[in-house]
Design a protein around this ligand. Structure first.
Ligand code: AMP
Ligand code: GLY
Length: 423
């Protein structure tokens, strides 16, 4: 298809990265974003429709006559956005609400994995406060406590402090009626984003996120403070195991659903010292910030790839990937993740770098324009991304850009990519 009109749902760094990839696609003519951010505004039209306003999004897609809707966040998918778009004959990149349950319910995801024999940690469900202590006894520390709801990356507590674990469990039982206690997996984390429909699947270059707020993987869990790709922990032989033991069985399962899965399956992995992968979680969308380092490594037309998956014809596409590396460093507001302070003026973010094969860009996230000034409007404000022949160059390019950006009280990690660079 040529001359495609695309609507992107969401307003984070992930959506700006998708918008950049789509605006570089020969197949795409125009872009709309809902609600978008300061970055997507430079590439198309932003619309004041929230990413969970299902009716508003469907009306917008119809009104603009879009050929494809690409959904960034999970919430609209869990709420059934893809179901309604498909009923209206509008191709949607993002699964039906049945498929989205893989992220909406950790218990559902665990049950699917156990049914299919996919490697993952053992777990117990706790509903009765009287069973907290004995269940905690049946796992060794550190304890992993997971709420069974969408919690924006903040529903997981990993702790070696028994009191903290027990408090997290009883809090979750109080608000949700149940909670999962899960075996702690050892190893190195990696993310594999898989574009999938009923005809085929394509694994994008593996990446690694940095979930903790501060250097050295200290501090609270966040949505992600930086990422790089490809992640060398996922060697070709680890990737083969991921495909054989996880992606293949999931594809077989999802393609045979009444409403086959069409979108991105995010496979969050722990890879142990022997290269054995176990699944930490599935998400039903692209990762943020993994997308910022993965999309730039796709050399073929992104619009064509996403449309093919949305229409169920992915089997006819063979995407090409670049041999470059990418690294992204997130600039977070003062107080993120607990209580981010927004509304600060951002300066120095207009920079980009282009030196031979090396390229450096800014992916905007929680940003707004206020009387012509760029201001912060969310916890994760923007990310500086470097793309270069080596990870070292990609990371130094990202740091060169972020070093020139100013936002009062903001913070970023200075060790993105350290595991790969220390190898
Ligand atoms: P999730 O929201 O499931 O991605 O969990 C957030 C983070 O908690 C993960 O990225 C891991 O760092 C950590 N985590 C979750 N589950 C486990 C587990 N079973 N073993 C070790 N770490 C885990
Ligand atoms: N970066 C983690 C996520 O997107 O869930």
């Amino acid at each position: 298809m040529v001359g495609m009109r695309v609507l992107i749902v969401g307003g984070g760094g992930r959506e700006h990265a998708l918008a950049m990839g789509l605006s570089n696609s020969p197949s795409v003519e125009s872009l709309h974003s809902a609600p978008g951010n300061a970055g997507t505004a430079l590439l198309g039209t932003n619309h004041e429709v929230g990413s969970s306003d299902i009716e508003g999004l469907v009306s917008l897609a119809r009104e603009k006559g879009v050929d494809l809707v690409v959904v960034g966040p999970e919430a609209p998918l869990v709420l059934g956005l893809a179901d309604i778009l498909r009923e209206n004959g509008i191709p949607c990149f993002g699964p039906h609400s049945e498929g989205a349950k893989l992220e909406g319910s950790k218990l559902h995801a665990k049950n699917v994995m156990f049914d299919l024999g996919i490697p993952t940690g053992r777990f117990r469900v706790i509903e009765d406060p009287n069973e907290i202590s004995s269940t905690v006894d049946s796992f060794s520390p550190p304890w992993v406590v997971k709420r069974n709801v969408l919690a924006g990356g903040k529903g997981v507590t990993v702790t070696s402090d028994r009191k903290v674990a027990e408090d997290a469990i009883s809090h979750a039982i109080g608000v949700d009626g149940m909670v999962l206690l899960e075996e702690h997996l050892e190893g190195e984390e990696a993310s594999v984003l898989v574009v999938m429909d009923e005809t085929s699947f394509v694994c994008l270059p593996p990446s690694q996120d940095h979930k903790r707020a501060f250097d050295g993987d200290e501090g609270p869990n966040t949505g992600g403070m930086g990422a790089y790709a490809p992640a060398p922990v996922v060697t070709p032989s680890v990737m083969r195991r991921v495909v054989d033991e996880v992606v293949g069985p999931m594809h077989h399962h999802l393609r045979n659903q009444e409403n086959p899965y069409r979108g991105c399956l995010y496979v969050g992995l722990m890879v142990d010292d022997d290269g054995a992968p176990s699944v930490i979680e599935f998400n039903v969308r692209f990762g943020d910030p993994e997308t910022q380092v993965t999309i730039p490594l796709i050399d073929s037309d992104l619009g064509e790839l996403l449309l093919a998956a949305a229409e169920g014809s992915l089997g006819s596409i063979e995407p090409l990937f670049s041999r470059m590396s990418a690294a992204t460093v997130v600039l977070a507001s003062n107080g993120y993740p607990e209580s981010p302070i927004t509304g600060g003026v951002i300066s120095g973010s207009e920079t980009s770098i282009e030196e031979g094969e090396i390229c450096g860009i800014v992916h905007y996230a929680g940003t707004d324009l206020r009387e012509g000034e760029l201001v912060s409007s969310g916890g994760r404000v923007l990310a500086a991304t470097g793309i270069a022949p080596s990870l070292r160059e990609a990371s130094s390019t990202a740091y060169e850009i972020i070093g020139g950006i100013h936002l009062e009280g903001s913070h970023y990690r200075s060790d993105i990519g350290h595991r790969a660079l220390e190898r």
